[in-house]
Design a protein around this ligand. Structure first.
Ligand code: FES
Length: 554
């Protein structure tokens, strides 16, 4: 018996269900087969999920070929550019939507359809909590864009060219032309932003068929991958392979190894902590730090490297990364193929032609991973930085703080010609964290003040309790915890305070006497919170960045 609506009379429930199965055009026997829910996130508002229909048809084909009955159902779809104030505010809402629908409906297993940044982690969080057999399928990255012979990538180049336009080195006409080529095909962003990173991590943790993360959205191979995903979920149901059996601490550590080796998005730190937490596994920032220290950076992919997802695909994608890293990974972790991660790539070879994209572990781009965890009196619970996307000379820096009390304050004053700022200043943004913003928007790549851009400054040390897009770059310190809105030390920083960053020593220090900070704390008052609705629920229950920003009751 699959889930049925309760009327207090089991026989009547069964009688009604049969009538409505017939209304769907199904024979009641169809529901004796494995019933596979297809968690459809296609949406005309979410361009990264606008092309999924043929893929869903291919998944259904695979389900039917393997002897199952597919039933597609909708859940919330979150598109980065089209969700105000930020998709992160709604990641947990989508996770709740997915969890409850997977649990409530008469399905035996589920295909999760991810893509844009928050969708993949949210669906995994929901599926892990619901704990029915599940497999992830993503819509794939866009193909490369091109402008005057230069490869364009959304959204690293969105940011790069906007900055150059503000600096006066790119004209409005050029900017418009570039704009029309930044997102040339269907698919999600095609650099190693959050979407690509989460797809790669999902593959590495064993919840997606091998190769799935990098196949471009437009390639026929994505349709055959979809069909195989449909077949695989029926097998997973028949074998009763649930996320609780597949996902272990080691499979999350495998995902973190891949994250570090590809210089993936800082957002993945928050998402992996949240997904693991749903599985009852505690991932700490120290785990990311430990694995970063011992994982060579081998994927030469933007924004930390030079190439894009289409190139990464030709180079063998995540299979090639795992092949290289295998000696550092837990080889026996089971995956949705029914085989271990090591068995999956047993016959895979990294083609020497693509060594400019996938470096060997013995000759990496860098000897350690792409994300560094910092501690210090400004961020007692930790914060993170992507040193490979930062400016070398700023990795050790001491400067005076220029403080913005909110995102609105920053937007209003950052380009003010009278702003007292030099290239040695440290830009500090407060109250932009999970509770404070709310939703921890991707405002951490604080814009360089226009007057500094005009004299050639392109990077500065920037510190905040918010996030930045996985496609962004610069010497940007993110996820400061505890955040300013709950009284973290970030709230106590004042204009002109000296702040020291030392990435090699993994320290972020506010050079202000403890007594001074204590007296400032006495004057501090928490910001006003939203009075109603989902945002009220969010602000009351969201955890801090180092805990994954999930709700405390989930
Ligand atoms: Fe969806 Fe970038 S906007 S992945």
């Amino acid at each position: 018996m699959k889930n049925r609506t309760s009327y207090g009379d089991k026989g009547f429930s069964e009688f009604l269900v049969t009538a409505f199965q017939r209304q769907l055009g199904h024979h009641p026997d169809d529901f004796q087969k494995p019933v596979i829910g297809i968690c459809n996130t296609s949406s005309e508002v979410n361009r990264c999920h606008n092309h999924l229909k043929p893929m869903i048809e291919a998944i259904k084909r695979g389900v039917i070929m393997a002897g199952g009955t597919p039933l597609e159902f909708p859940v919330i779809s979150l598109g980065e550019m089209f969700t105000s104030p930020t998709t992160m505010l709604y990641r947990n809402l989508l996770a709740m939507d997915a969890e409850e629908m997977i649990r409530a409906q008469p399905i035996d297993g589920v295909v999760l359809i991810g893509g844009c940044d928050k969708v993949t982690p949210a669906l995994l969080m929901g599926a892990v909590s619901a704990d029915k057999p599940a497999i992830m399928f993503t819509g794939g990255p866009m193909n490369n864009g091109e402008y005057k012979g230069k490869i364009l990538g959304a959204c690293s180049d969105c940011r790069h060219f906007w900055q150059e336009y503000k600096a006066g080195t790119v004209s409005e006409e050029e900017l418009n032309e570039i704009n029309s080529r930044l997102a040339p095909t269907a698919g999600h962003c095609m650099v190693m932003g959050t979407a690509s990173t989460m797809a790669a991590c999902t593959e590495a943790m064993g919840m997606m068929l091998p190769g799935g993360a990098a196949i471009p959205a437009t390639h026929n191979e994505r349709l055959s991958h979809a069909q195989e995903t449909g077949r695989a979920i029926v097998r997973l149901v028949n074998e009763d392979q649930r996320p609780s059996k597949l996902l272990t601490k080691q499979s999350f550590e495998n995902a973190i190894r891949v994250l570090m080796a590809i210089g993936g998005s800082t957002n993945a730190v928050i998402h992996l902590i949240a997904i693991a937490r749903r599985r009852g596994i505690t991932l700490k920032l120290e785990d990311f730090d430990r694995l970063s220290n011992t994982t060579p950076f081998i994927g030469n992919i933007r924004p930390a490297g030079e190439y894009q997802m289409e190139d990464f695909y030709y180079a063998g994608g995540v299979n090639s990364i795992i092949k290289e890293l295998l000696s550092l990974m837990s080889k026996d972790e089971m995956t949705v193929t029914g085989k271990t991660i090591a068995e999956n790539i047993k016959d895979h070879k990294v083609d020497e032609v693509y060594r400019h994209i996938i470096k060997p572990v013995h000759n990496p781009l860098y000897k350690d991973g792409g994300i560094v965890v910092l501690k210090g009196n400004l961020s007692p619970n930790g914060c993170i930085v992507k040193p490979k996307a930062a400016t070398k000379k700023l990795l050790k820096h001491r400067g005076k703080a220029v403080v913005f009390q909110s995102i609105a304050d920053m937007e209003q004053r950052i380009n003010d010609p009278n702003l007292e700022v030099t290239e040695d200043s440290v830009l500090v943004l407060q109250n932009a964290g999970p509770k404070g913003a709310p939703g921890m928007p991707e405002a951490g790549m604080i814009p360089i003040p226009r007057k500094l851009l005009e004299i050639g400054v392109r990077d500065m040390v920037r510190i905040s309790d918010c996030r930045m897009s996985g496609t962004a770059f610069g010497t940007v310190i993110l996820h400061v915890a505890p955040e300013a809105a709950v009284g973290g030390p970030l709230a106590l920083v004042r204009e002109g305070d000296e702040i020291e960053l030392n990435i090699e020593e993994k320290q972020l220090t506010l050079h202000v006497e403890t007594e001074v900070l204590e007296s400032r704390r006495k004057e501090w008052a928490p910001p006003e919170l939203v009075e109603r609705g989902y945002t009220k629920l969010y602000q009351q229950h969201v955890l801090q960045a180092d805990e994954g920003c999930d709700f405390n009751f989930l």
